[in-house]
Design a binder for this molecule. Structure first.
Ligand code: SF4
Length: 194
């Protein structure tokens, strides 16, 4: 399984399918190995991640790593801990009026299903409404966040996107940071300690 995943990762890293759609050369981001404890599936890399080639190397990542999980970069980027992927493996470009273009779902259909088959993770962490919709269909996003879920027969948790652009959602749902986030952090930290 491990060699198959490594071969798949090399294929993903060379993928340029969306070059015409984006108008610039795509830079696929994927990180982790077949025995990573947690598989984190977010929406798409940001421009900063595109420029640096390092997953979650941006303001959203700072919130996720340091404030939500309360872990260091060393722990976050340890491949034994997190397999980091997304429904779009590449930064999809900016909209003319601000914000990023939507992630191409063709990417998830082409790669994500196969990654999910090959990684022997113990927990899925799904980040953002678009990733949740792709994986859970039309279920209520709030309902998904505030209870533990099951995805492909494994435990799963769903997080809102940690982007500063999501502040309105956080203001509207103070119970996320007050109640749900400590529960999620405990699940993540207990897996990291094993
Ligand atoms: S977004 Fe996905 S399908 Fe498109 S170029 Fe990147 S890896 Fe390939």
């Amino acid at each position: 399984m491990s060699m198959e995943l490594e071969a798949l990762k090399r294929e993903i890293e060379q993928c340029q399918d969306c070059k015409g759609r984006f108008g610039f050369p795509p830079k696929p981001i994927v990180h982790g190995h077949a025995r990573s404890k947690m598989m984190q599936i977010s929406q798409a890399p940001s421009r900063n991640v595109h420029l640096t080639g390092k997953a979650f190397n941006d303001l959203s990542g700072d919130t996720l790593k340091y404030k939500w999980y309360e872990i260091t970069d060393e722990v976050f980027y340890d491949e034994d801990n997190f397999y980091i992927t997304a429904i779009s493996h590449c930064f999809p470009g900016k909209k003319p009026k601000g914000g990023d273009n939507p992630p191409p779902l063709s990417c998830a259909r082409k790669w994500l299903e196969r990654e999910m088959q090959l990684v022997d993770n113990e927990l899925y962490i799904v980040i953002g409404a678009r990733a949740a919709k792709f994986l859970f269909g039309n279920r209520s996003f709030e309902e998904l966040i505030f209870a533990n879920q099951v995805l492909k027969g494994k435990p799963a948790i769903v997080l809102p996107h940690p982007s500063p652009l999501n502040n309105r959602w956080f203001k509207k749902h103070p119970e996320f940071e007050a109640i749900r986030l400590p529960e999620i952090r405990e699940q993540v930290l207990s897996l990291l300690e094993r």
